[in-house]
Design a protein. Structure first.
Length: 201
């Protein structure tokens, strides 16, 4: 599956294509004068800033359990637990699923918005699901200096786990609630002979 994002500016139009682990990842730049050549060395050095282990924004995949355990520790200090909603408002990337994992380790519930969303939409969603706290870039800096808290809180099937909201293009965003029991059902459909969707015998 490919992922495409297009950005329209007053001068240039950018289209980013590809995804992690795909054979090609690149960008089309429309509107760039023919005599302007991109500085390959500058681009390379700029991208290196996000290389694994360089800073708090770049996280090696092998550290997923440790980073989500830091999220868990940060949430526990704030007394976040079952049925408490946490709003994750971060740039698109690895931080979002790691934050979600940490919320679930705390036995809490999560809803995700991108930091590029309109401020009014973010405020509405935060109020609508009564979020007790928010994980944004400022909070992420605090989380990264936490000592990891390994383990997790046990939950019940009907405990709230995730709220997914619509775009709200025809009005206010509308949320759909998913419970922890839904995760069990999802996993049950995959513990079979390898054919997704086939129920266990």
């Amino acid at each position: 599956m490919s992922m495409d994002s297009t950005y329209h500016g007053s001068v240039l139009e950018l289209m980013i294509y590809g995804q992690s682990h795909s054979e090609t990842i690149g960008i089309y730049i429309k509107g760039l004068p023919s005599d302007v050549r991109p500085d390959a060395e500058f681009i390379k050095s700029f991208m290196a800033r996000r290389a694994p282990g360089r800073n708090i924004w770049s996280t090696p995949r092998k550290e997923a359990d440790e980073v989500s355990a830091k999220v868990y520790a940060w949430l526990k200090k704030q007394k976040i637990g079952k049925e408490d909603f946490v709003l994750v408002c971060l740039p698109r990337g690895i931080m979002i699923p790691l934050a979600m994992m940490g919320v679930w380790k705390a036995g809490a519930a999560v809803t995700v918005v991108e930091d590029t969303y309109a401020e009014e939409r973010i405020k509405f969603i935060r109020k609508d699901c009564n979020c007790k706290t928010m994980i944004d870039l400022s909070a992420w800096e605090e989380i990264m200096i936490e000592e990891p808290l390994f383990g997790f809180q046990k939950t019940q099937d009907h405990d709230a786990a995730l709220a997914v909201y619509t775009s709200g293009t025809t009005g206010n965003p509308k949320g759909a609630l998913h419970e922890y029991g839904n995760f069990k059902l999802h996993m049950a459909t995959r513990k079979n002979d390898g054919t997704n969707g086939k129920q266990m015998e």
